[in-house]
Design a protein around this ligand. Structure first.
Ligand code: SAM
Length: 288
């Protein structure tokens, strides 16, 4: 019978050494040893029997065991083969509501079918933000996602036009979701202790996406181009974009007019409404 006190550094160290495993820095392995933080994350997920939950980066199962105990159908995606074998062969061997997918989640989750009810992850920030971005780009949109990320990334996901942290990632993650920093986790709540603070970000799906259907991919290309170089004006960013430069300067200027823009603005000042108007304007000026 598997039992591990996930709050005890010495017990975690014992499990690792008895399996001849070491923590790997490149996979951002920092276990959440604070029971309050684990409970806080699980409360945001609100798992229930039969609910499908994907957990990305379960580690040794600190959050997973709470999800499995709730009766939810848990699919866990873990890249570390040593951790994966502990999860599969020991920790959750007897749990019919637990499935392990071993490998890089950046690949494995996109070979899954359908969309889960919830996604939860405590991940290195580059993996976390790439997974969030790819899910949104592919319209895999669970109703609630809860990610523990570097605090700065959480601030990007919750900032609006004019804020210092506002970026293309802010736009992308707010297209379909209302994001909120639910709480901050101090470095000392992890083992080993990371250098930075973390934020638990809850993403709740909006009733309606701000840009839907066929317009979505064009809108996402535009946002990427507008934000490609923060110091440049939106005019210069569009004119140097491989996708938009071929439209021609005159048509780009017409689209600026239609969105009441001069072209000398920086992308981080533009609201969603203006971005949508500009995207529509670019389509109408280029349509045959
Ligand atoms: N969930 C555990 C916890 O809270 O204690 C572990 C969190 S630890 C910060 C990140 C976990 O994500 C590690 O188990 C690591 O091996 C895993 N991981 C990192 N990159 C991954 C990837 N690309 N795909 C799947 N798992 C990954």
């Amino acid at each position: 019978m598997w039992s591990l006190n996930y709050s005890s550094i010495s017990e975690i160290a014992k499990v690792l050494s008895s399996h001849e495993l070491a923590m790997t820095k490149k996979f951002g392995q920092n276990f959440l040893i604070s029971p309050e933080a684990r409970d806080g994350i699980v409360r945001l997920i609100a798992p229930m029997p039969g609910m499908s939950v994907w957990e990305i980066g379960p580690g040794l199962g600190a959050i997973t065991h709470l999800l499995v105990r709730s009766g939810a159908d848990v699919t866990a995606f873990e890249i570390d083969h040593g951790f994966a074998s502990i999860l599969r062969d020991e920790a959750f061997r007897d749990d019919a509501n637990f499935t392990l997918v071993e490998g890089d989640a950046l690949k494995t989750i996109f070979s899954m079918h359908g969309c889960p009810d919830r996604v939860v992850g405590n991940l290195p920030y580059n993996v976390g933000s790439q997974i969030i971005a790819r899910m949104i780009e592919r319209s895999i949109l669970p109703s609630v996602m809860v990610f523990t990320l570097q605090k700065e990334v959480g601030e990007r996901m919750t900032s609006g036009p004019g804020d210092a942290e506002y970026s293309s990632f802010s736009v992308l993650t707010q297209l379909d979701y209302d994001n909120e920093i639910a709480f901050i986790i101090k470095p000392g709540s992890f083992y080993p202790v990371p250098k930075v603070e973390s934020a638990v970000v809850v993403m709740r799906r909006k009733d309606r996406s701000l840009v839907e259907g066929e317009e979505r991919s064009r809108f996402l290309l535009l946002v990427r181009a507008l934000f490609s170089q923060r110091r440049k004006t939106i005019r210069n960013n569009l004119l140097s974009s491989p996708v938009f430069s071929s439209i021609g300067k005159d048509r780009i200027e017409k689209a600026f007019d239609s969105a009441s823009l001069s072209g000398s603005e920086r992308a981080e000042t533009l609201s969603f409404d203006t971005l949508i108007k500009l995207s529509d304007g670019l389509l109408s000026t280029t349509a045959p």
